[in-house]
Ligand binder design. Structure first.
Ligand SMILES: [Zn+2]
Length: 336
């Protein structure tokens, strides 16, 4: 065999060896005790003296060259292996890190559900500012000048004219000022009242307001709308009860209750043994409100309703303390 060819083959294999183990097996194959070059040198013994001398020198040259290449390649592979192992050192026995999936806050979820049901019934979503003037929050809604709700202690005044809205009803006025009937809107949003923060009160909470104005809107339509809403929200089995109430901006006004979803009317702690849970305030829009926005109260009639989102969520999820919604304890909110 030609020693130069053996040398070339060996060099190719040295270059292409990707691990120290592969490189070592190349070394054994060529330079080991039974390696190709070692064998070649042994076979020289049977050759004539002159030829033996020339080929012997050639072979030793190849051997020395290859040894150098082996050492260089070995050093290179060792460096590579070292840096690779420092990058990929990991403990296979460590438990994996779970990716944490968030979810919507229960109030957001219930709010979205309320909006979805009412939008499905033809109401359009409208938003209004949280900082209101006395005019929009009270005057236009037919609150008399001496109404107790206007008191400094009954709402958050920012200055003489501005306050944090105490209900979402001002959105009714803002929409009616801009648009002509028929109007069919809902206004979800945050409202503010200086209430003590206890199991059933929060100084900030959410409301959803509804308003429908057209010619010949009747109380029967209000009842029908709210009955459908309550059944979709709380289940087909719930009964809906209207009882007389008072709000400055509606006449007649009603307090709307559903049959208790916990005891189904038998009486329990949640419904204070009445069998009913108050859920909404509603009524026919007061003619004075129409006059305030420039509508002809002889021509148009309408109904309005409003509900507290936290109250709906508390009934739906059977939660007895409103503060749980705001403390944001992950153990609580991740359940929804
Ligand atoms: Zn009950």
């Amino acid at each position: 065999m030609d020693i130069e060819q053996i040398g070339k083959d060996a060099l190719e294999e040295i270059k292409s060896a990707q691990t120290l183990e592969a490189l070592d097996s190349v070394r054994v194959r060529y330079l080991g005790r039974k390696g190709l070059i070692t064998n070649f040198l042994k076979e020289l013994a049977s050759l004539p003296a002159e030829e033996r001398k020339t080929k012997g020198r050639q072979a030793n040259l190849v051997k020395t060259e290859l040894s150098t290449h082996f050492e260089t390649r070995k050093a290179r592979l060792e460096t590579e292996q070292e840096s690779a192992s420092s990058q990929t050192q990991f403990d296979l026995t460590l438990p994996g890190r779970k990716s944490w999936l968030g979810n919507a806050h229960p109030i957001t979820k219930v709010l979205q559900e309320i909006v979805e049901i009412l939008v499905g019934m033809g109401f359009e979503e409208k938003l209004g500012p949280e900082i209101e003037t006395e005019f929009y929050n009270y005057t236009a809604l037919n609150f008399p000048e001496d109404h107790p709700a206007r008191d400094q202690i009954a709402c958050f005044y920012l200055d003489d004219k501005h306050l944090l809205r105490s209900h979402t009803s001002p959105v009714q006025i803002r929409v009616m000022e801009k648009e002509k009937p028929p109007i069919r809107i809902i206004a979800p949003g945050r409202v503010y009242r200086p209430d003590a923060f206890d199991a059933s009160h929060s100084p900030v909470f959410y409301q959803v307001e509804g308003l429908y104005v057209d010619e010949n809107v009747t109380l029967a339509e209000l009842k029908g709308t709210l009955e459908v809403f309550c059944r979709r929200m709380f289940g087909e089995q719930v009964k809906v009860r209207f009882s007389p109430s008072y709000f400055p901006f509606t006449e007649p006004s009603a307090e709307v209750a559903i049959s208790c979803v916990i005891c189904e009317g038998a009486g329990c702690k949640t419904c204070k043994n009445t069998g009913w849970l108050e859920i909404l305030g509603a009524g026919m829009v007061h003619p004075a409100v129409f006059e305030n926005v420039g509508y002809d109260s002889e021509k148009y009639s309408g109904f309005a309703f409003g509900m507290g989102v936290e109250r709906v969520a508390m009934i739906k999820y059977r939660i007895d303390d409103i503060r749980l919604f705001y403390e944001n304890d992950i153990r609580f909110i991740k359940q929804f």
